[in-house]
Ligand binder design. Structure first.
Ligand SMILES: NC(=O)C1=CN([C@@H]2O[C@H](COP(=O)(O)OP(=O)(O)OC[C@H]3O[C@@H](n4cnc5c(N)ncnc54)[C@H](OP(=O)(O)O)[C@@H]3O)[C@@H](O)[C@H]2O)C=CC1
Ligand SMILES: O=C1O[C@H](COP(=O)(O)O)[C@@H](O)[C@H](O)[C@H]1O
Length: 541
């Protein structure tokens, strides 16, 4: 449980900056997607304008550090507006976020911490490979990047070594204006926020231990558990679609919806990430968090307001209304080597970071049920896998057949193919489309299925923010709506823990599927048992 070592290690936790005036502590963990290990570390950043801030990049860990910032707290919404409203380079420069002057009002440092040996320069090279000037692309990009990189440092250490954290602490102090005054995890003055990246344990018990350990030092409202899927644009839009459009909410129940599918697939394997992945597997990595969070948002009742607690209350209710997953409602798979076009793609166990006899699933499909009045009997099917034929994440809502349909004969023998389907494509190519039946123009009466299509790239010229951009800003603002509360997490683990234990106890052998395929055939049988056909298999999509 390396995550604990950071919070337990006082010397580390207290090491962040303090300046004059009001003290604030803020920490977040961040995984740099697409960076090679070990730079895909968790970052603990204290970041506020007019602050002295320190960030620590870590692998698996939870850290509390301090942010100090001068007397006035930036009002909620103002910070986000400021961050998003730069219209010119001049304006950006005037605001001088990364002004390079250590004595100016802006100061932060980012520290990487992991076991791998690496110099500051190597960390910087690694970070620079994915760093872009997303907000201000026009001028001084290289200069701004240099200024940013100069503030990145690295310290190598073990996750459970107080001595190593002490060394880190010493280094952090060098970047601080004033020595830390307090030995508590929270600042006595201002605020402390800790962002924790998953995994939040690997079952109910270990998750509860993690929560207990966090709560030794922090209050519930100081804990920001990140599920980066909640920061994705289309997931944010889910509630808008449902609650701001009269036409959808009345259809959002067992009365009109036949099944709901939550699909995640990646067209690459673990590729060296097996060290982490093999201990978790796809159910813990994707289903228990990302897909379940989307399901909860999709299925919850109308919240009293958009306040974090109102939304999270509704999500917990849905999760607690769900049946724990049964072994017969789960299919697991593992990818095998496959050659195509003269290229041989490796099997999961070819990954050097994976044990040769691993039974860890890289694919899973599951049927879940919500036993409440709205969703009774509606299968919520999840499917998640690595090394599949495409990369996508989407929600597919298949509606019931039109009763007494006048046009049944025009649809052909398979009425399922003619039902309406709403597709919310989270990525790539963010889109919402509704499949409708339509008359093909002409003198005859031929019907086909067409899409009413909201394709974001065509509709909006704005670049879609990265999920972490949104979530980190929310954390800075203290907005908890998109973060996972302890009781939500408990309810989520309660659904998956029994089946995960059974899979492991019974050493269930995952079904093989070739790298780059559509996954094991068992997923189709599972869906068929619940009268469902996976929507992503249609040729027309
Ligand atoms: N990749 C992504 O897109 C996302 C990842 N995450 C989460 O971030 C975390 C890390 O993911 P990611 O950075 O991609 O994973 P990586 O496997 O790329 O990085 C893991 C790093 O963690 C360190 N580590 C700590 N404990 C272990 C261990 N027991 N076995 C192997 N490595 C360990 C290693 O560094 P060292 O050996 O130097 O200590 C390693 O480089 C995971 O918890 C994941 O769920 C969340 C969202 C997205
Ligand atoms: O949390 C995780 O998510 C990534 C996929 O994230 P995405 O934003 O690129 O879709 C996944 O690759 C990783 O295994 C998992 O830990």
């Amino acid at each position: 449980m390396a995550a604990f070592s950071a919070t337990h290690c006082r010397s580390y936790s207290y090491s962040a900056s303090i300046t004059r005036g009001k003290k604030h502590r803020f920490a977040f963990s961040y995984s740099f997607p697409r960076l090679p290990a070990p730079a895909k570390a968790k970052a603990f950043l204290q970041s506020l304008r007019n602050s002295h801030q320190t960030a620590v990049l870590m692998q698996h860990g939870v850290v509390a550090t301090k942010v100090t910032h001068e007397a006035n707290e930036i009002p909620k919404d103002k910070l986000k507006n400021e961050l998003l409203s730069f219209t010119s380079t001049k304006e950006w420069d005037e605001r001088a976020w990364f002004d390079g002057n250590e004595n100016e009002s802006t100061h932060f440092t980012i520290y990487g911490y992991a076991r791998s040996k690496m110099t500051d320069a190597e960390l910087r090279t690694m970070v620079s490979k994915t760093l872009t000037c997303r907000i201000d692309k026009r001028e001084n990009c290289n200069e701004k990047m240099d200024q940013f990189l100069k503030r990145c440092f690295y310290h190598s250490g073990q996750y459970d070594s107080e001595e190593n954290f002490s060394q880190l602490d010493k280094k952090l102090r060098k970047h601080e204006a004033v020595k830390c005054a307090s030995l508590s995890a929270s600042s006595g003055n201002g605020w402390t926020r800790v962002i924790v990246e998953k995994p939040f344990g690997r079952d109910s018990e270990s998750s509860a231990m993690l929560t207990k350990a966090l709560k030794q030092y922090l209050e519930e409202d100081q804990i920001f558990r990140i599920d980066h899927y909640l920061g994705k644009e289309l997931v944010e839009n889910l509630s808008v679609l449902r609650f701001a459009n009269l036409i959808f909410e009345p259809l959002w129940s067992r009365r009109y919806i036949r099944n709901v599918q939550l699909i995640f697939s990646e067209d690459f394997g673990t590729e060296g990430r097996g060290g982490y992945f093999d201990n978790y597997g796809i159910i813990r990595d994707i289903m228990q968090n990302h897909l379940l969070q989307i399901l909860a948002l999709f299925a919850m009742e109308t919240p009293v307001s958009l306040d974090a607690e109102d939304i999270r209350n509704e999500k917990v209710k849905v999760l607690r209304s769900m049946r724990p997953l049964r072994l017969e409602d789960v299919v697991v798979g593992q990818y095998k080597s496959h050659s195509r076009g003269g290229v041989t793609y490796p099997s999961y166990t070819d990954d050097k970071t994976v044990p040769k006899d691993s039974l860890t699933p890289t694919f899973a499909a599951a049927a879940l049920f919500i036993d409440n009045a709205r969703w009774d009997g509606v299968p919520f099917l999840m499917k998640a896998g690595k090394a599949l034929h495409s990369r996508r994440a989407e929600i597919r809502v298949q509606f019931r057949h039109v009763p007494g349909n006048l046009y049944n004969r025009n649809f052909g023998p398979d009425l399922d193919c003619a039902t309406n389907e709403l597709v919310i494509r989270v990525q790539p190519g963010e889109a919402i489309f509704l499949k409708i039946n339509n008359k093909v123009p002409g003198l005859g009466m031929r019907l086909d299925r067409s899409n009413l299509n909201l394709h974001y790239a065509a509709r909006y010229s704005k670049e879609i923010p990265d999920a972490y951009e949104r979530l980190l800003l929310d954390a800075i603002e203290g907005e908890r709506r998109l973060f996972i509360r302890s009781d939500e997490l408990d309810a989520a683990w309660a659904l998956f823990t029994p089946v995960l234990a059974e899979l492991e106890e019974k050493k269930i052998i995952p079904e093989s599927y070739p790298y780059g395929s559509r996954g094991p055939v068992g997923a189709h049988y599972l869906a068929a048992r619940h009268n469902v056909r996976w929507g992503d298999l249609d040729m027309e999509q």
